[in-house]
Design a protein around this ligand. Structure first.
Ligand code: CA
Length: 232
């Protein structure tokens, strides 16, 4: 067991939510810091070692989106945004500005911990420069080197764009990826925001990998935001 506790900074002005998060994190063995506005949060971040930030978007002094921009000018610390329901557009902007994931209020401590584990696993993979070329979830196995995707023992025949899509999702397994990011990763910048082409591509891929494309178990739609390849 390693006993170096990861330090998590909570920037949230709602005291009740802040205390709930704090309690849940300490139960899991994380060490915590809390700030009730953006200014405080940023000053803790520059003076102390912080491994992950939980950021509420509605803060009293300035906008949470502005906080993400400022943090990303100098730090790659994982940021998980906490946002209100019905704030899909805001969530997508937050992710495109460099946030790693989001939680929608109200959320359970189980969801909170799952998001945090995904974010930390990503940091580890990035720093280890993951040498693996074979990835699997459920019945799916992706061989990145040979560019082959299997469902059980059956080899699936994907189009080049479907490969690009599934490879990108596997590289970011567990994380939500915005429509905008997927569009520019797959079609390149300048493709604009034509999410219809993405939906069509996704539908084709789901027909090949899902038992029931209408109730996908691998690629989950985050309504109004993007998609997430489930990691468990
Ligand atoms: Ca708030």
């Amino acid at each position: 067991m390693n006993d170096i506790k990861e330090r998590i900074l909570i920037i949230e002005d709602d005291q009740q939510i802040s205390r709930f998060i704090n309690y849940a994190l300490e139960l899991e063995g994380y060490s915590t810091k809390a700030a009730n506005n953006a200014q405080n949060g940023l000053s803790i971040l520059v003076t102390e070692k912080i491994d992950l930030v939980l950021l509420d978007l509605g803060l009293p002094d300035f906008d949470g989106l502005e906080v993400i921009k400022r943090i990303r000018e100098w730090s790659e610390v994982p940021i998980i945004v906490i946002s209100a329901r019905d704030a899909d557009k805001e969530k997508a902007i937050a992710l495109d500005l460099g946030a790693d994931d989001f939680l929608t209020k109200p959320f359970s401590s189980v969801e909170l911990m799952a998001r945090i584990r995904v974010a930390f696993r990503h940091v580890q993979r990035k720093s280890a420069l993951d040498p693996r070329t074979i990835f699997s979830i459920g019945e799916l196995t992706l061989d990145m080197e040979k560019r082959l995707l299997y469902r059980g023992k059956e080899e699936l025949h994907l189009t080049p764009l479907e490969y690009q899509l599934i490879i990108y999702l596997f590289k970011n397994i567990g994380k939500v990826i915005t429509n905008q990011t997927l569009l520019s990763e797959i079609w390149g910048h300048g493709y604009g925001s034509d999410t219809q082409v993405l939906r069509t591509l996704m539908a084709g891929l789901r027909r090949k990998i899902e038992d029931n494309p209408a109730k996908p178990k691998y690629i989950i739609t985050e309504i109004g935001v993007g998609y997430r390849l489930k990691d468990e």
